[in-house]
Design a protein around this ligand. Sequence first.
Ligand code: ADP
Ligand code: MG
Length: 418
Amino acid sequence: TVIQRTTVQHEVPRYISSDKDRVRVVVRVRPMSEREYDESRKPQKVLHCVNENSIIFDGGQHSRRFTFDSVFNEASTQDEVFQYCGIKRLVDMAIEGYITTCFAYGQTGSGKTHTMIGAHGASIFRMDEQYRVEHLGIVPRSINYLFQRLRDKTLQSSSPYYIRVSYCEIYNEQIRDLIRPANPDTLQVRGSIEDGFYVENLYQTYIETIDELLTILEEGELNRAMASHKLNDTSSRSHALLSIQIEQDVQESDDPNEQMTRQGKLIFVDLAGSEKVKLSHSKGKQLVETNNINKSLLTLGNYSKLVLFFIHITYMDFLGTCISALSDPSKRSGHIPYRESKLTRLLAESLGGHGITLMIACISPSRLCENESMNTLRYANRAKNIENEPVVKTDSKQNVINRLKLEVRKLKDENNQL
Ligand code: ADP
Ligand code: MG
């Protein structure tokens, strides 16, 4: 069952303001697991990939056809997913200065980590070369592609690119540094919608080689796995967020105030399992907080469907009631509810309507996962109607320098304290 695919040329458009870019949504169906095969009920499969764009959900009582930008079936290889999911376009756009985000979404066990990092998660990096080449996920493949592109690009361009990386995990509204796990658990989100949100004291590092970046990815994944082992598999409830910032000075000038630095970003998010969890006491409390919406935010006009959608899919466990109110058009107030969660605040740039977004929905074909798969397909289907207006992100070089100076000073202070 090899799906025939037409080769797509991924153009790198230059958006002018108010150009629209639809959220791209692809679906990947993983092979049935042994456990799922053992199930005696028949037929065992409720999902059938028809061609490169469509998938049929056949739940017995009702069947429904969905179309997406791409559909990958059980036989699709890691390389095929990488080549055809649209991630190469995101890498190219990030180099051009856009903020691009790739999300893996789906229930626990549906293949998010397999698709993003590779078969066996972090262990893939320890496999022999041949196995690795075949089974690496799209993040390491994208990193490879990024460096390949930068090598081509730098040949043509006089000013160099700088790559800055951070990697963190959000679990139960706590942020953990995956590069420096010794960093305290209480990392805070600072900033504003205007200037962007960031994680205070999150370790960020400039990297120069592909190996450095792959090492960060591997160690980050190991740190994630280790913590999840200790805390009884939190990984299914945590979001992992890898941010690769690509900076380049674009305007040469003697006056540093006039020099501009382009700051594209490539963000990969391995989302927490999308299955519903029971409302716990603490989450009930958060629900109350959520209702106490920061009034100043209400003045913002740029209502982003994507943010809403996101909160919906990642926080429906405790935001359900709020969201149903929010997604009711008659109650819409033009408010962007970034404050609701750390994840949405950190992704404000990419969710705020000016980024470029790719969602990879992962599903199991098994009847055992029927309900969750249908949910995933429904959300994925909704996401594809969301439109962004991408803009290139630039900052004055002086601002960038000032921020770096501040960081250096902080690091020095830390060193002095040691
Ligand atoms: P998630 O991150 O969504 O919880 P995983 O990526 O850990 O799920 O996948 C769960 C299991 O299914 C793993 O054992 C993984 O190796 C396997 N798996 C997932 N997707 C595929 C695939 N496309 N091909 C083969 N095995 C897969
Ligand atoms: Mg996972």
